[in-house]
Write a protein that binds this ligand. Structure first.
Ligand SMILES: Cc1ncc(COP(=O)(O)O)c(C=O)c1O
Length: 253
């Protein structure tokens, strides 16, 4: 028996073979009109993603990491704040909390889906308080395409006055309780890193002009939208981007 060739983690060449001409035409259109930053294709992407997810607002930015950061900055997260994160996720989920000077509080994950465990979350809240931190929010990650247990998480969030940020980098396209990922929690972020499900679907759906955008943040809160848009254009998009946040000169509470 011969060994099958290993599946490549990312196969952009296959995508290129299928969609090359459309991508080139889209790029040529952008080069022609010259609106490289936040141009009409970006607006179109935001509108399409918002409609797909079933949310009112969608704000695009450079990466899934920046999207997480934008939400936390819009919520004024900083030193002394506790943000609950699953202990099994990509580093970006917790890294953004620490970058803003707040404390990521790690919560155990469930054996069945590796997503944040509501029972462990419940237990972590008084522990964070006893350590002198102010619980502010939960970042629920939908690992490997499977949404977290949002029903259980929402009842804990409601009981403690916390918001839920759904890190849907790995799950855009999935649904939970007849709602699409993107419309779960108070805010949702995703990623267009080529290995992610949405990057693959977006290109397959021939949204080629939009493949230049690598992440979005969906939210239903108008005030968070306003703050996130201002973060995108003033903090994240400025030279140095999130480095400014690390120095804590742009993210005062
Ligand atoms: C769960 C999770 N959150 C956030 C990110 C960060 O996304 P990006 O690579 O677009 O910054 C990733 C990427 O691997 C991820 O898997």
């Amino acid at each position: 028996m011969s060994l099958a060739a290993p599946l490549p983690f990312i196969d952009l060449k296959a995508q290129r073979r299928r969609l090359g001409p459309q991508i080139e035409q889209a790029l040529a259109r952008v080069l022609e009109h010259g609106a490289f930053i936040l141009g009409p294709e970006v607006r179109e992407l935001e509108a399409q993603l918002a409609a797909y997810a079933g949310v009112k607002h969608c704000i695009s930015c450079a990466s899934g990491t920046d999207a997480l950061m934008m939400v936390l900055m819009a919520k004024g997260i900083g030193p002394g704040d506790a943000v609950f994160c699953p202990s099994f996720t990509f580093a970006a989920t917790a890294e953004v909390v620490a970058l803003l000077g707040a404390s990521p509080v790690f919560v155990d994950v469930r054996e069945e889906d590796f997503n944040i465990d509501p029972a462990s979350l419940k237990a972590a809240i008084p522990v964070a308080e006893a350590a002198g931190l102010t619980p502010r929010g939960i970042i629920a990650v939908d690992l490997f395409g499977q949404p977290a247990d949002y029903r259980a998480l929402q009842s804990i969030a409601d009981a403690h006055g916390l918001w839920i940020l759904a890190d849907a980098a790995q799950s855009f396209g999935a649904s939970y309780d007849n709602r699409r990922v993107g419309a779960l929690g108070d805010f949702a972020t995703t990623s267009f890193f080529p290995a992610k499900p949405w990057a693959a679907t977006a290109t397959a759906a021939r949204s080629s002009p939009t493949t230049m955008i690598s992440a979005t943040c969906c939210t239903r809160s108008a005030s968070t939208v306003k703050a996130a848009i201002s973060m995108r254009t003033s903090a994240l998009a400025s030279p140095g981007g999130s480095i400014r946040c690390r120095r804590r000169c742009c993210c005062k509470k």
